[in-house]
Ligand binder design. Structure first.
Ligand code: F6R
Length: 613
């Protein structure tokens, strides 16, 4: 989604802003822009398309000394919501005087009413955006103190915002504020960087301040002063980012997605390390360190998330039911938040989110808190809003995930959910022996995944047979059903092949009508309970001319024989087997998309972190 970078210091702001925007490109966007202060004026450059187009435009339009002298600026990548991704709709937007520039993430819901009021006062708007309305509103409120003007304007808006504001009249500061859209302030040595995502900050400093909702900050090169919207000072700690700049680079791989697939053995080892207890046959999760008694009193687990995180929850559902013997449900977060869910203090709500910023998942967390549930998060991004608002949770430690298509976050989510289910189970009916068996299987996940990754070339060969397909169907049963859903999601989002995941048993209830000669079926038929039934469904597909690519367990020749072609994954515990199986499908989707020349890391229309409803 949209990205914000702001810089104030002594260095060349335009170059720093461009580098920061590049770091945010992975979030998904369709136009970009920046504003700097130069000679007492706000100067703006904007372009539709990529940051490279903005760089070219600024190089063409701006004098060279602006690049070397301007030391204050704000910049933005826009993911269109109000109005198409044109240059005029790109941020920054200026107020009526042209002296104030604004970049904005989020949505101003009452912008139409505000715009009409401002137009009645003679304001003229150039764009279709809600952001330009806020820029004009700030200008209208400005009586010589830009901080106060922003406060006053924000009191009048409804909706969500993460903003950065620059005024030519007060060149020593940038004003930044948030409500529902993240802002991180990096505290450097004689310079301060603002961003909507820490990856734009890591090259400058590890010391950051996360703004909370309704915080507003006066950011100078050597200080950060935070208040609330009523101008009351608030205290926010400086935190250590703990992120390594190299982790956010491609490191020799053609795409971030491929790098992140290959990083999985290490990411999973990080997610698992020190969290298994081989004496008790349980897990040790600091974020779940409530008393065993409190945990045993929880009667239901409700997992909420979106997209890939939702699929991880679906695997978790099997784990909680089987290992912990507890009722488990998974809900799409948007559905959960608006459905008025029935919750109480015995419900254990787990919010699953790689970014920790997904708007619907965050709202679900707030709803669950409101209803008195026991809420925990499962996030990857440290310090993200969901992680902070839940107050307790387990981090994935998978490292930055840059590619829009989630890979290592999914497998780490599943590994952590298995450990959570194990812990909950050991406080209930799960025996030490079975707990130990599961713990050992979890410990072997990095090795299992490495074995699948070794087959990347073989999977690339198989992928050639699917490049021309326009439809594909993924099937599975039990815990392999969410794996099929995730495999279909990966393929459709990066290769643009229409792919659907179905429960293998569901085919006969409609989808089988779609099968004709050569229709590709990707069957997750690992040797786990329910496999024989899946093999039966595969026969039904073959009888109708479908072409079957199977994901089968090593050594299961009988299953392999049912397939036209297959990928083998190592044998393991049936819940753990979901992880290597999905890695095979991630590689399959990657290679198909690469052969189709798709923009793998930034698929069309998609954004890494979905901060709007
Ligand atoms: C798909 C994908 C998305 C995300 C979804 C939730 O590859 O990445 O479906 O899983 O947008 O994002 P998080 O996990 O950040 O809440």
């Amino acid at each position: 989604m949209c990205g914000i970078v702001g810089y104030i210091g002594k260095a060349e702001a335009p170059n720093i802003l461009i580098k920061g925007l590049r770091r945010l490109e992975y979030r998904g966007y369709d136009s970009a822009g920046m504003a700097v202060l130069d000679g007492g004026r706000v100067e703006v450059a904007k372009a539709a398309g990529k940051v490279a187009a903005l760089t070219e435009k600024a190089r063409e339009e701006w004098p060279e000394e602006r690049f070397s002298k301007a030391s204050v600026g704000i910049a933005h990548t826009r993911w269109a919501t109000h109005g198409p991704p044109t240059e005029v709709n790109a941020h920054p937007h200026l107020d009526q005087s042209g002296q104030i520039a604004l970049v904005h993430n989020g949505i101003i819901e009452n912008y139409r009413a505000l715009r009409a009021r401002l137009e009645a006062k003679g304001h003229q708007f150039l764009s279709e955006t809600d952001t330009e309305v806020l820029a004009h509103l700030i200008g209208e409120c400005d009586k010589g103190d830009i901080f106060q003007a922003v406060c006053d304007a924000l009191h009048k808006v409804e909706g969500t915002f993460g903003i950065a504001v620059l005024s030519a009249r007060e060149p020593d500061r940038i004003i930044t504020a948030r409500r529902g859209s993240p802002i991180v302030v990096g505290v450097g040595d004689g310079e301060t960087i603002i961003a909507s995502d820490a990856s734009a900050i890591i090259a400058h400093t590890q010391r950051v301040i996360y703004l909370d909702d309704n915080d507003i900050a006066i950011v100078k090169s050597d200080s950060v002063e935070i208040r609330d919207l009523n101008n009351v000072p608030v205290n926010r700690e400086i935190a250590e980012l703990g992120l390594d700049a190299e982790a956010a680079e491609k490191g020799g791989y053609d795409h971030f997605m491929l790098k992140e697939i290959h990083e999985q053995p290490e990411a999973l080892a990080n997610a698992i390390r020190g969290r298994l207890d081989f004496n008790l046959g349980s897990s040790v999760l600091a974020g779940m360190s409530t008393s065993p008694r409190e945990l045993s009193e929880l009667t239901r687990v409700v997992m909420v998330g979106c997209g890939t995180s939702l699929h991880a929850g679906l695997v978790g559902e099997y784990a909680f039911e089987e290992l912990a013997g507890v009722n488990a449900e998974v809900e799409q977060a948007a559905e959960f938040r608006y459905r008025n869910p029935i919750l109480g203090c015995k419900d254990f709500v787990i919010a699953i989110s790689q970014s920790g910023e997904t708007a619907d998942t965050l709202a679900a967390v707030r709803e669950a808190h409101q209803k008195g549930a026991f809420v925990m998060s499962l996030c990857n991004v440290v310090g993200s809003t969901i992680a902070r608002e839940t107050g307790r949770g387990v981090y994935l430690h998978a490292g930055p995930e840059i590619s829009v298509a989630s890979t290592k976050a999914f497998t780490s989510q599943v590994a952590v959910l298995l450990m959570m289910a194990l812990k909950l189970g050991r406080g209930r009916r799960l025996s030490r022996e079975y707990g130990l068996e599961v713990a050992q299987a979890i410990a072997s996940i990095p090795e299992l995944v490495a074995k699948v990754i070794e087959q990347s070339d073989h999977i690339a060969e198989l992928a050639k047979n699917y490049v021309k397909d326009e439809h594909a169907y993924f099937i599975g049963r039990g815990p392999m059903y969410p794996v099929a859903l995730e495999g279909a999601l990966k393929l459709k989002e990066i290769s643009y092949i229409h792919a659907e995941g179905y429960h293998a048993a569901e085919l006969k209830h409609g989808p089988i009508a779609l099968l004709t000669e050569g229709t590709p079926i990707i069957a997750v038929a690992c040797d786990v309970p329910g496999k024989d039934k899946t093999l039966g469904n595969i026969e039904e597909c073959r009888a109708r001319g479908a072409r079957i690519l199977g994901i089968v367990t090593e050594g299961d020749d009988a299953a392999a024989e049912c397939m036209d072609e297959f990928i083998q994954v190592p044998a393991t515990h049936h819940l753990v087997a979901t992880v290597p199986a999905v890695v095979a499908l991630q590689l399959f989707a990657y290679h198909v998309a690469r052969l189709r020349d798709c923009e793998i890391d930034q698929p069309r229309n998609l954004a890494k972190s979905v901060t709007v409803e």
